[in-house]
Design a protein around this ligand. Structure first.
Ligand SMILES: Cc1cc2nc3c(=O)[nH]c(=O)nc-3n(C[C@H](O)[C@H](O)[C@H](O)COP(=O)(O)OP(=O)(O)OC[C@H]3O[C@@H](n4cnc5c(N)ncnc54)[C@H](O)[C@@H]3O)c2cc1C
Ligand SMILES: NC(=O)c1ccc[n+]([C@@H]2O[C@H](COP(=O)([O-])OP(=O)(O)OC[C@H]3O[C@@H](n4cnc5c(N)ncnc54)[C@H](OP(=O)(O)O)[C@@H]3O)[C@@H](O)[C@H]2O)c1
Length: 272
């Protein structure tokens, strides 16, 4: 399908995987050549206000203008070497403006894809000898999936660790892929944790919020990576409260965000 003057959209959904009714992985193919991007960057998705909302959503307080495109930023989860499509990992905000519309998209649906990727939440400035600690809540995992898919194949020396917090085990998107990667790659450790185990009693693994796991030394014990800014840099992505609280905890260990005198050893991406 190609764009024409009356078509506000410039891309097609070519893959849709529902993790559960509130979490979906979308693959989007642009009509023209895909923009270049670096793992960790985000793209923009958009739909008209007239686009239908999924049934599970709540009605909008103020209806969106039908002829305006609602746009939001989404971290790219696909490898930067994947040139056929970009992949996104989305959570449904039932009261939200865009996600109830994105969740209504099916294979073959048309969508707006921003013309370029943006952001500095990348590994560009991390020295090659340093370990990379990737911490996320919810869909904040997406940029790390892109980093691992792109870089882990060619980098057998650098240590990568993912610490992922979600409410329930069924919210741990990409778990199968990350568990397989961890089995195949001795330089990669995957640590999922759920925060509402009373409603998910059969889950076997860590429970509790990210900060508790960091305080208990789980990350260091599981991965062998020391939380020392001389040896590792930490990425934090997702829930802004988690980002703020984990930043405080890491600062106590000597890590620094940009703005201080020391070079940044904490990198953050807040989703709202
Ligand atoms: C750089 C960047 C990258 C992002 N990447 C992703 C991504 O990969 N996947 C993704 O699902 N979202 C991502 N977001 C959030 C996304 O841009 C939208 O804010 C989100 O999809 C809600 O849009 P909406 O129009 O449905 O809701 P809105 O009407 O805009 O409501 C926004 C409210 O929804 C909540 N919220 C927003 N995003 C999330 C989230 N991810 N998890 C939990 N609660 C949330 C917050 O309470 C926020 O105030 C990213 C945001 C930024 C700034
Ligand atoms: N299964 C569901 O019900 C479900 C699933 C997906 C999405 N949603 C909807 O989608 C939206 C986003 O949900 P989400 O679960 O993806 O995102 P979220 O609310 O940000 O929660 C993701 C993870 O972050 C944790 N967290 C929250 N605040 C934190 C903090 N201050 N420090 C450390 N960790 C923190 C949560 O723990 P806690 O459990 O302790 O809050 C959870 O483990 C919500 O509107 C929700 O209603 C619902």
């Amino acid at each position: 399908m190609s764009a024409n003057n009356s078509d506000p959209y410039n891309a097609t959904v070519i893959g849709r995987e529902e993790i559960n009714p509130q979490l979906v992985i979308l693959r989007v193919r642009p009509d023209t050549e895909l923009f270049e991007f670096r793992p960790g960057q985000f793209g923009v998705l958009g739909l008209l206000g007239s686009a239908p909302r999924v049934e599970e959503s709540t009605p909008e307080d103020v209806p969106s203008a039908p002829d305006k495109i609602i746009r939001r930023a989404y971290s790219i989860a696909s490898a930067s070497v994947e040139r056929r499509y970009v992949e996104f990992y989305l959570t449904l905000i039932t009261s939200g403006q865009l996600t109830p519309r994105l969740f209504a998209l099916q294979h073959g649906s048309r969508v707006f894809l921003g013309p370029k990727a943006s952001g500095v939440f990348t590994l560009d400035r991390v020295a090659p000898e340093k370990a990379v600690v990737l911490i996320a809540t919810g869909t904040g995992l997406a940029p790390y999936v892109s980093m691992l898919r792109t870089l882990l194949v060619g980098d057998e020396r650098r240590r990568f660790v993912v610490l992922h917090g979600a409410r329930f085990s069924w919210d741990l998107g990409y778990r199968g892929e990350l568990e397989s990667l961890a089995r195949l790659r001795p330089n990669f450790t995957y640590i999922p944790s759920i925060t509402r185990p009373d409603q998910d009693p059969h889950f076997i693994g860590y429970t509790g919020r990210i900060q508790a796991l960091l305080e208990q030394g789980v990350l260091e014990r599981e991965s062998g990576v020391a939380l020392d800014p001389a040896k590792a840099e930490v990425f934090l992505c997702g829930n802004p409260d988690m980002v703020k609280l984990a930043t405080l905890l890491l600062k106590d260990k000597g890590f620094a965000t940009k703005g201080g005198t020391a070079p940044a050893t904490i990198h953050v991406e807040e989703y709202w």
